[in-house]
Design a protein around this ligand. Structure first.
Ligand code: HEM
Length: 151
């Protein structure tokens, strides 16, 4: 692979992973408090999280896509450090957690608060949503550690 293309892929990888790792940290700041307040505060918070979620989905796809490009550029799986491959597997494992656990909980919260439901009734869904968030974050930070530290 041409060195300029490899450098471009690496830059794309670093930019997209920064958004994929850092964005949800910001989105979750104070989320439990806002959601447990209920009413307009919870509804607006959920709407905001829903509105920024596509950014995280795009950054996830760009991270995985550029990561695959980097593997090809380095000469295939056998040419890549094992810790990078483990990190890639952990990062990819975060995708189904988002799709199966996080997103449905978020949609349920949106419907619940938009129909005037109380925070008390939503508590188990809030817990599931935040648990999914922390599982995803743990996987992403583990990937960051494994890729950034040269074992
Ligand atoms: C949360 C997800 C991810 C994070 C935070 C992340 C982070 C990083 C970082 C910081 C580097 C630069 C390492 C260095 O230059 O020393 C890197 C390189 C790399 N990443 Fe990722 N990455 C993620 C996901 C992925 C995925 C899903 C793949 C593969 C499908 C992948 C494949 C690679 C490859 C092949 C390299 C180059 C390794 C090398 O030059 O030795 N990454 N990643």
């Amino acid at each position: 692979m041409h060195p300029t293309l490899f450098m471009a892929l690496r830059t794309l990888h670093l930019l997209s992973m920064a958004l994929w790792v850092g964005g949800p940290v910001v989105a979750a700041l104070g989320a439990r408090k806002s959601l447990m307040t209920g009413g307009d505060v919870a509804r607006d918070r959920v709407r905001w999280v829903v509105s920024v979620t596509p950014l995280f989905v795009v950054s996830a796809l760009l991270t995985v896509g550029s990561g695959i490009g980097l593997i090809l550029g380095l000469g295939g799986l056998s040419a890549v450090r094992r810790s990078v491959l483990v990190g890639a597997a952990l990062a990819i494992a975060a995708l189904p957690v988002g799709g199966v656990m996080n997103q449905p909980a978020l949609m349920k919260l949106k419907a619940h608060f938009e129909s005037g439901g109380s925070a008390g009734e939503a508590a188990p869904v809030i817990t599931r949503f935040l648990l999914a968030h922390w599982i995803e974050q743990t996987l992403r930070f583990a990937a960051l550690f494994l890729m950034a530290v040269p074992f």
